[in-house]
Design a protein around this ligand. Structure first.
Ligand SMILES: [Zn+2]
Length: 131
């Protein structure tokens, strides 16, 4: 099975937002920068006032790869990993597996929406094409 991320003060909102169906992104309260991966200090202005807020959960494919290597015995291949520019969070790209799509059908610029896969106390973001 896939390794689970370690939940920390800064990333718990991101990894558990899926429990409420929300893609949670960290924003600086001072300069409003979107910060990903989440951090406790804003890399733009060094402010320590960070808050996680839900974004719409849609985005645009910036890049993607199709993986033919089964990293675990029960892993289905091929599958696609997409790097998606997240709407409402300038500069933030979230890499995640693409579901409900033929891996060979994915294109750069394609519109995606987030869904989540729950494993223990983590909700992995997944991207699926907006039809
Ligand atoms: Zn800032």
């Amino acid at each position: 099975m896939r390794p689970l991320p370690e939940l920390t003060a800064e990333n718990t909102a991101f990894w558990t937002g899926g429990a409420n169906g929300k893609l949670m992104i960290a924003f600086c309260k001072d300069c409003a920068s979107a910060i990903h991966p989440p951090q406790l200090i804003c890399p733009q202005c060094w402010c320590e006032e960070i808050e996680s807020k839900p974004v719409s959960g849609t985005g645009t494919v910036y890049s993607y790869t199709v993986n033919h290597q089964p990293w675990a015995p029960d892993m289905k291949v091929p599958f696609a990993l997409a790097v998606v520019d997240v709407d409402g969070a300038p500069g933030v790209r979230v890499s995640a597996e693409v579901v409900n799509a033929d891996p060979d059908s994915i294109t750069i610029g394609q519109q995606m929406r987030v869904s989540f896969m729950n494993v223990d106390d983590v909700w992995f973001p997944q991207w699926e094409p907006v039809l």
